[in-house]
Write a protein that binds this ligand. Structure first.
Ligand code: URA
Length: 235
């Protein structure tokens, strides 16, 4: 791919904007030698204003989503993309959230521009466990562990029962729930089905990946090792 197109696809601007960056001498090689738009060089050696280019397509990153941010590119209000470098929203292929967390849910959110990888993570057959910590408005009744594990729980307006899910009771109004699928508002609807209400919800893990020391609002790119960790736990 032509360098101009590659750089434009990374969100640095339109192809015209990128042509200007070349004309202004702001695009160089690693030694500071000015590059021209028709030069044929490895993008890994290219610098813009002295800084390496953003990663090429094939990105996977982990964000610690804070409460109050929406998993959308164009909703009103705070968007998860506001927490990333502004250029990332302009990339092609687009950087998409891997599934969604509700605006009022915090925790581990993955984003990728790799369609196959996205599919592999969210496809029902991957059954990657997703672990949520929920604070509840009412005391647990006592039958939730068995009901959620039964594989027979039917959510309102659905025809297929939920897959068995593991509920770990941490306190009268606190529980950890592990799901192996991802239906719309699933955790909130499961607790609603047993007459309860989720007050706060936080996703702790997807597959083998946890947030580690990442604070709310922070993100980090994930390399090969983290990808393997992600898929190291299934079922
Ligand atoms: N289940 C929910 O109800 N909300 C989320 O954000 C994620 C899972």
């Amino acid at each position: 791919m032509k360098l101009v197109k590659h750089i434009a696809n990374l969100g640095y601007g339109s192809r015209k904007d990128v042509q200007w960056l070349f004309r202004e001498g702001r695009i160089t090689d690693a030694d500071g030698e000015v590059l021209y738009a028709d030069d044929n060089v490895d993008p890994a050696t290219v610098r813009i204003d002295g800084a390496p280019l953003d990663p090429p397509p094939g990105m996977l990153l982990m964000l610690h989503k804070p409460v109050g941010y929406t998993c959308s590119t164009k909703d009103q209000g705070r968007l998860v993309y506001d927490l990333l470098p502004a250029r990332y929203r302009l990339r092609s292929p687009a950087l998409s959230t891997v599934g969604r967390l509700d605006r009022d849910t915090s925790g581990l959110l993955l984003l990728t521009d790799d369609g196959q990888l996205l599919h592999r993570i969210i496809a029902p057959k991957s059954k990657l466990p997703k672990v949520y910590l929920a604070q509840l408005a009412q005391d647990l009744r006592g039958d939730e562990v068995a009901l959620f594990a039964s594989g027979t729980l039917l959510l309102e307006s659905e025809q297929t029962p939920l897959l068995p899910a593991e509920l770990e009771v941490l306190g009268p109004r606190e529980a950890r729930l592990t799901l192996h699928e991802g239906r719309y508002h699933q955790v909130r609807r499961m607790f609603a089905a047993v007459g309860n209400h989720v007050v706060t919800l936080h996703r702790e893990r997807i597959g083998g990946l946890g947030l580690g020391s990442l604070e709310a609002g922070q993100w980090r790119p994930l390399g090969e090792e983290a990808r393997n960790t992600l898929f190291s736990v299934s079922e």
